[in-house]
Ligand binder design. Structure first.
Ligand code: ADP
Ligand code: LRH
Length: 496
């Protein structure tokens, strides 16, 4: 096996992909990371009765296929890492078998539980002990929902594994818990750096399900003998990377030593800034920001923004009606539509659940005295403009919280392929946008593997490798005062 070749699995809420990274010689003794996509597959939620699940075994099958492809194509990665969306988990029974299909974070079982848990625990106390924005899908609410529903699964569970740890377990047979994912659960206390067993006790969540977290860059162990035999491949070591995709993406932001602002742009939009530790101030709570643990001892102070999910859902609806339009084409159509005709607040809670998205947008517009979009181009324009304005609001809030100003915004993730969104974001914030790399989560995942094997010395050196390996597109803001007018209108929607 070759320690300078690594395999990254990046599981997004809309698609999963496997990429191989190779360290190759650049000019003057420098090094570059060369990245090749091996496999990409859709990731869909599956409705079963009232519940929404992930198709976890499909993901496992596609991952095995990816490993086979990688070796067939002559790559011999020494290590692999897995990153996924946050908060979700699987439960193992006493025999180490997976109990049922993991729930999807958009499962409606957690509806109304934020208020209920706040009434039980106290909003301020919960924030100080979790550091997180109040989002209905946080692991805490999912487990509390199961407890309330009298779920027998909780009674027979022995171990809880967060999704990336679960997938690693299915490939290696080794149980582990990686820190960055642990910090998305709301059950991990970022101040005490420990699981919050008192809180679990109060909510009836069994405290002995949780393993001690390891930090990104820790070697977990090799593929299981069964998997090696099934795939006919040699041992590869699993590495606990920044297993939360957002954290892997931030690790791959090609920023220098100065404080920087980032926007991880995929199904969700995560806008924030890198910190040395959590900022658990009253103002963080008031502005609804999260503190999430990352690679290399960092913490991200960030806001979860509904993101391109809204466009994805509209597109899904249109596709189902036989009106298939690609994301690139939708962006081009939006560009030709009338500016600022209709705006939404992307974080209005109605946009969270799947289904009926175009109707929800129309209802929002009607309730706020605006004309509803009339066609796909106008819907796409409304979503892209509204997101750009939301980014301005979140960036200003991040500046206020940290008492810093940022020279521009680093955008990474699949969403930066929407050039209109990048351009509009630069216009909305009145600062440059530096866009790239697209596959930031997979690249950050690779960096943590290179840190684990000593190929990279620290996060700074790892980021230099990104800067040397991938181009960045610069979007300078255009002089256009209509963005300032639109922002005033947007603020009128009144959400933080
Ligand atoms: P996730 O990791 O959450 O599954 P990605 O980072 O892959 O998401 O980003 C997916 C989003 O990227 C889509 O919702 C879509 O809006 C956008 N996107 C993907 N491809 C293109 C494209 N060719 N042109 C414009 N936007 C695109
Ligand atoms: C983005 C993400 C985000 C979480 C959400 C559940 O993929 O990880 O950081 O909040 O999924």
């Amino acid at each position: 096996a070759n320690q300078t070749t690594v395999l990254a699995f990046d599981m997004g809420a809309s698609s999963g992909r496997a990429l191989v990274g190779r360290l190759i010689a650049g000019v003057n003794g420098s090094r570059k990371l060369e990245v090749t996509e091996i496999h990409r597959f859709p990731n869909h939620a599956v409705q079963v009765g009232n519940h929404l699940h992930w198709d976890i075994l499909r993901l496992l099958r596609e991952m095995k296929k990816s490993i086979r492809f990688a070796f067939q194509q002559g790559y011999e990665p020494a290590t692999f890492g897995i990153d996924t969306w946050g908060v979700d988990f699987g439960l193992l029974d006493a025999n180490g078998e997976l109990i049922g299909n993991p729930y999807h974070y958009r499962d409606p079982q957690t509806e109304g539980l934020i208020d209920e848990v706040n009434a039980l625990v106290g909003k301020m106390k919960l924030f100080k002990e979790s550091g997180l924005q109040f989002m209905p899908f946080n692991t805490l609410y999912q487990l509390y929902a199961m407890r309330k529903a009298g779920s027998p699964k909780l009674d027979i569970a022995r171990t809880l594994l967060l999704t990336p740890d679960l997938l690693a377990y299915l490939l290696t047979g080794i149980r582990s818990c990686e820190f960055s994912m642990a910090t998305t659960t709301a059950l991990y206390d970022p101040d005490k750096q420990a699981w919050n067993k008192e809180l679990m006790g109060r909510l009836g969540i069994p405290a002995d399900l949780f393993l001690d977290p390891v930090h990104p860059g820790t070697i977990v162990g090799p593929l299981s003998a069964e998997v090696m035999a099934e795939l006919g491949v040699p041992a590869m070591q699993a590495v606990a990377v920044g297993t939360h995709d957002t954290e892997s993406a931030v690790a791959a932001v090609p920023a220098g030593d100065d404080p920087f602002a980032f926007l991880v742009c995929g199904t969700w939009s995560l806008l924030g800034t890198e910190m040395d530790g959590p900022l658990l101030s009253d103002e963080t709570l008031a502005l609804d920001f999260s503190n999430e643990g990352g690679v290399g001892g960092t913490y991200q102070l960030l806001k979860n923004i509904m993101g391109l999910w809204i466009l994805q859902e509209c597109k899904r609806e249109w596709d189902e009606q036989g009106n298939e339009i690609g994301f690139g084409e939708l962006a081009a159509m939006a560009e030709g539509a009338e500016p600022f005709r209709s705006l939404i607040h992307p974080d209005d809670p109605r946009f969270f659940a799947h289904g009926g998205m175009a109707d929800k947008i129309s209802a929002f517009c009607e309730e706020t005295g605006q004309p509803a979009p009339r066609n796909e181009a106008e819907f796409a324009r409304c979503i892209v403009e509204s997101l750009a304005l939301r980014y301005r609001q979140a960036l200003e809030q991040a500046e206020r919280l940290t008492d810093r100003t940022y020279a521009g915004l680093h955008m990474v993730g699949g969403g930066i392929q929407n050039k209109l969104l990048c351009r509009f974001t630069a216009n909305a914030i009145g600062k440059p946008v530096w866009a790239g790399p697209v596959e930031a989560s997979a690249i950050g995942n690779m960096l943590a593997q290179l840190l684990a094997t000593g190929e990279c010395k620290d996060l700074r050196e790892a980021r230099e490798l990104v800067a040397a390996s991938f181009p960045v597109d610069v979007y300078e803001p255009e002089a256009d005062s209509s963005w300032a007018d639109a922002y005033r209108k947007f603020l009128g929607f009144g959400r933080t």
